[in-house]
Design a protein around this ligand. Structure first.
Ligand code: ACM
Length: 637
């Protein structure tokens, strides 16, 4: 009776917290716009009938639904265009429902059946993703799990995205990832309702797309000497070292990936990063450089060749720029853009423009002559001249032009869209100039950064914790929302040597950004998001997708207290205890629990710690040498 009364309360007031199915709390990422939990549960029958529109754009959605409803359950699925008593109905509106737009959906889970209604096939796809997240986490299992009760809570959901551009960039230049790995990446992102894959296809370390009019780009430009360690600090490759590292996509591969993405309602934004970041192109076609001796250049294999000690732009030790004063460069770009535009249906082409060193241009007579002829006063104006010519080329292929925020310097090309990465400033400025903007600031959206303390994470030069990523607001104060077309996270691959580590870097921060670009701002809540992340970790365990558990590890603050080291500890998520030792042994729940700032005992050399939830270890065992903390605090030994 009490239970019926509780369900009635749920039904009348839609109170989520007390109504959740206790075995699997509702944990939808990204959070839907509106969700009401109703009384009861839907139980999956062992023969599932699905009515759906019979059309090519819905086929992959149905294939995914079928696979996921059968692999873990062992149940059977039957489809039809007309099935009046279907278990699950996917319906396309004949009259548009203005509230949900092109990507939204309405999902109604009742005890007897489930309906997903949308205006467009994309909405059905997203409705299916949400439905799968309502089922027990075991639905992600690749093998049959016999003991699970396959049920979903009864809910009424209305959902649609906040932004039309919900992007993830994945750099396949610094390290090459195969066509299959790229497809898996797209598959995974689509499940979290991302709709834009930004494919960073060219850089100093590799040209990854076949260009038929310039075959050396992939014959030479896609290959380097294989090395591991800390990328950017590798030894100089020797002339006789074999170039076995790399790879590229043929144009047929590219078409296949585009179709794969399209079936999952993901657009692909190709990026050809010029005029900087072009060593792979120059190693293939040295004529594209202003610098004598470029014919000796090779694709960069991860050795240091930029001096960042003076800030941006960097000083190049080898000239990795295309020469804006060289007409051959514009012929090259015209041909490359012709082939790219013919391959990629998406409306934009991204042309990079970031971190372009100017020190070789400063020495070049050709650049000096160009400046005189065109009345250009600064090197930024030289780059702007280049960008404007490139914009004309891109537009002549029927595409829109987009670049990183450096393209603002020296004057923005007339119709350029800007991807703001060096914080939000460039995006705010571009929006003021009435240019379209995608926000992708390092502050929140750089997924190549470490997600926890350097003592345990693979080394990268900066840190971005999950909680900070979750604070991403694509329309920051001062920005004109009308021009912010969306947000994006970027996964650079300098330190990504394999696909498992790629996944580790992507998740769970990819969940955070997904919610920031899909869900209404007022629906975001860190504590409930963190709880949902834990449910999705269970899904990933079953699906065998790697993720970073860094949110469970402590945050260190090293303080110089009058020459004495003091250590403050905190946790990113609530409800964890930190147990520690200074005696080099491995702490567990019987060791001291952190309650206040620690002062290390006189001769101690190591702080070891681990987080627990109750009596269960949840974080990783961390060994923090005290001299590392002393250095951070500026305390002398
Ligand atoms: C960038 O991160 N250099 C765009």
């Amino acid at each position: 009776m009490k239970k019926i009364a509780l369900l009635l309360i749920c039904y009348l007031f839609g109170v989520h917290a007390i109504c959740q199915n206790t075995s699997t709390p509702i944990s939808i990422i990204p959070e839907p716009v509106q969700m009401v939990q109703n009384a009861g549960v839907f139980v999956l029958p062992s023969t599932i009938t699905i009515e759906a529109p019979i059309q090519p754009a819905v086929k992959t959605t149905l294939d995914i639904l079928q696979l996921r409803l059968t692999a873990a359950t062992g149940y059977k699925v039957l489809f039809g265009g007309q099935m009046p008593s279907a278990t699950i109905k996917l319906v396309l509106n004949t009259t548009a429902d203005a509230a949900i737009g092109n990507e939204g959906y309405r999902l109604n889970v009742k005890t007897a059946n489930i309906t997903i209604v949308a205006n467009q096939p994309a909405g059905l796809f997203y409705g299916v993703q949400t439905l799968l997240q309502l089922l027990p986490v075991e639905i992600e299992s690749k093998t049959v799990m016999a003991q699970v009760k396959w049920k979903a809570p009864c809910v009424t959901i209305t959902d649609y995205p906040r932004f039309g551009w919900r992007g993830l960039m994945f750099d396949v230049s610094r390290h090459f990832f195969t066509k299959k790995e790229v497809k898996d990446f797209i598959d995974q992102m689509a499940r979290y309702k991302y709709n834009l894959y930004h494919w960073h296809l060219t850089d100093d370390e590799g040209w990854r797309i076949e260009i038929k009019s310039y075959p050396n780009l992939t014959k030479k430009g896609a290959w380097s000497v294989a090395k591991v360690g800390y990328f950017g600090t590798f030894s100089q490759p020797l002339p006789d070292e074999p170039k076995t590292n790399g790879g590229f996509y043929t144009q047929e591969d590219i078409k296949e990936v585009i179709q794969y993405a399209k079936d999952r309602f993901v657009n692909i934004l190709p990026e050809v990063d010029v005029p900087g970041h072009s060593m792979a192109a120059i190693a293939s076609y040295p004529d594209l450089s202003c610098t004598p001796g470029a014919d000796k250049y090779d694709v960069i294999a991860g050795e240091s060749f930029m001096d960042w000690s003076h800030g941006a732009p960097p000083i190049a030790l080898k000239d990795n720029t295309l020469c804006p004063a060289n007409e051959k460069v514009y012929v090259f770009l015209d041909k490359v853009m012709t082939e790219i535009a013919a391959l990629f249906p998406f409306e934009y082409i991204h042309v990079g423009g970031d971190e372009c060193p100017k020190n070789f241009w400063e020495k070049s007579d050709a650049i000096k002559a160009l400046m005189q002829k065109e009345g250009l006063k600064t090197m930024e104006e030289v780059q702007s001249y280049f960008e404007k010519r490139l914009e004309t080329i891109v537009e002549s292929k029927g595409k829109k032009f987009m670049g990183w925020d450096e393209i603002l310097e020296g004057g923005l090309a007339p119709n350029a869209a800007v991807m703001s990465w060096r914080g939000e400033k460039g995006g705010i400025e571009a929006a003021k100039l009435k240019h379209d903007v995608v926000m992708s600031p390092t502050t929140y959206a750089y997924l190549d950064y470490m997600q926890g303390d350097e003592i345990i994470e693979p080394h990268v030069y900066a840190t971005l914790r999950l909680k900070k990523s979750y604070e991403f607001e694509p329309v920051p104060p001062g920005a004109d929302a009308k021009y912010i077309i969306g947000g994006q996270a970027n996964l650079w691959s300098e330190q990504l040597y394999n696909t498992r580590h790629m996944q580790y870097m992507l998740w769970p921060r990819g969940f955070a950004i997904a919610e920031c670009v899909w869900s209404p701002k007022e629906k975001k809540n860190w504590n409930s998001f963190a709880a949902k992340v834990e449910q999705h970790f269970k899904r990933y365990d079953l699906e065998e997708v790697k993720y970073a558990p860094s949110m469970y590890d402590p945050i260190f603050t090293a303080i110089n207290n009058n020459g004495q080291l003091q250590i403050e500890l905190a946790t990113e998520i609530e409800g964890l205890d930190i147990h520690y030792s200074f005696d080099n042994s491995f702490p567990d729940q019987f060791y001291p629990k952190y309650t206040a700032a620690l002062t290390p005992p006189k001769d101690a050399v190591m702080l070891k710690l681990i987080t627990y939830r109750g009596n269960k270890p949840i974080g990783r065992m961390i060994a923090m040498p005290l001299d590392v903390l002393q250095k951070r605090a500026g305390v002398k030994k």
